[in-house]
Design a protein around this ligand. Structure first.
Ligand code: GLN
Length: 385
């Protein structure tokens, strides 16, 4: 009999929809991974590292060259001084970073505030750490939080708040004012901020505000990000957590006993990517803007309602003008009959919330030809529902 803790979360719906897409030969706009190649220079560096015999464990908390590259990035982009020896832990993706940070910082019974809809991993992370999630809604259509609802969520049990911007699945980019409001509440209530900034370089509107750089926040923030989205290498599983020294020691211990370390040759290649100049990032954003602007009119013409994503590469679309089906039925029907797969909206809400059942998330991190094929198929949708 499996342990009770595993019974309280379900299989990942995102990855399930990838399997459903494969089963029906549907275009996979479900799981958020690019179907175009990652940068050539990094691929070459990875092959060179393997041939150069960098095939044994890296230092548990990350190869020195990669940690240096990460520290340099924070100095260059965000004017944030990070000590690569004391503050950075390189992990197997931002996913492992988030789980390790939960296990390292949160005690059983602590409350963790999460904006909802949310990226599905935060729920199981909370369960694994025996934490109690407390949900604060981002309200459609603009996906903003009510400041008073957020304030009311803070109490003496609150240990941390998860702040994901740009946000998966809504595409919201939190404003300077929203970040300041969150920072003030964290300071007032002595609460940690755990940020998920994996989409920091994929933005169409607004700046990226790093909570750790706010006055009084550095000592109570763990900044999580990774290479998967910035360098289109989700299969490399490289992420990191930046935390104050004492918390980094705890995060590194958890990380060590979970995985020992992230893949050594890929860390060597990642250091090459970290040194790319601004032109790389400009292209990344412009290319994603073109992909977004290609898919959105197609969805609008097909009858979906949504607000334009400000960042990340997802759109959370309301299909209630198209169908009365629930999200899972509609999502599976779309994959099977229309040949385009998305993720049912309810998987971004906690069980029992009853929300998200009229929504489906589409990912547009795809080649133009993939988006064109999806457009052809979606053109037939209205006639079929
Ligand atoms: N972050 C991506 C998404 O939301 C991929 C999730 C995953 O499968 N790890 O689709």
């Amino acid at each position: 009999m499996p342990a009770i803790r595993t019974a309280s979360f379900t299989e990942s719906v995102i990855r399930e929809m990838t399997r459903v897409a494969q089963q029906h030969g549907a275009i996979n706009l479900a799981q958020g991974f690019p179907d175009f190649p990652m940068p050539e220079a990094m691929k070459e560096a990875a092959c060179a590292a393997i041939h150069g015999d960098i095939n044994q464990y890296a230092i548990t908390w990350g190869a020195p060259a990669l940690r240096l590259g990460i520290a340099e990035k924070y100095r260059r982009w965000y004017d944030m001084q990070v000590d690569p020896d004391r503050h950075i832990t390189v992990t197997c993706g931002a996913t492992e970073a988030m789980a390790a940070v939960f296990l390292a910082l949160i005690d059983p019974g602590d409350e963790v505030i999460v904006f909802e809809p949310w990226y599905e991993n935060y729920g199981p992370d909370a369960i694994l750490a025996s934490a109690t999630p407390r949900y604060v809604p981002l309200e459609p259509p603009h996906w903003r939080f009510d400041p008073e609802v957020l304030r009311a969520a803070f109490n003496e049990k609150t240990k941390a708040i998860i702040v994901n911007t740009p946000q998966n699945p809504t595409g919201r980019v939190l404003t300077r004012e929203e970040i300041s409001f969150i920072a003030d509440l964290c300071i007032e209530h002595d609460v940690w901020a755990i940020t998920d900034e994996i989409y920091e370089h994929i933005r169409y509107a607004g700046g990226h505000h790093v909570l750790a750089t706010w006055p009084g926040m550095r000592e109570r923030t763990v900044t999580i990000s990774g290479l998967s989205k910035t360098f289109s290498c989700t299969g490399w599983r490289l992420g990191y957590a930046i935390a104050p020294e004492r918390e980094s020691v705890a995060i590194r211990k958890v990380h060590d006993f979970l995985t020992v370390g992230a893949p050594a040759p890929l860390q060597a290649a990642a250091a090459v990517g970290m040194s790319f100049d601004a032109e790389y990032y400009n292209h990344l954003s412009l290319d994603y803007r073109a992909r977004r602007d290609s898919l959105l009119p197609v969805l609008a013409d097909a009858g979906f309602k949504f607000s334009t994503p400000e960042g990340a590469y997802y759109v959370l679309a309301d299909f209630s003008a198209l169908s009365d089906k629930d999200d899972t039925t509609f999502g599976k029907w779309m994959a099977a009959e229309i040949g385009v797969a998305g993720v049912p909206g309810s998987s971004f809400y906690h069980a029992g919330s009853g929300r998200g059942k009229n929504m489906i998330r589409f990912a547009f991190c795809k080649k133009q030809e993939t988006l064109d094929q999806a457009a052809e198929r979606l053109a037939g949708l209205t006639a079929r529902v």
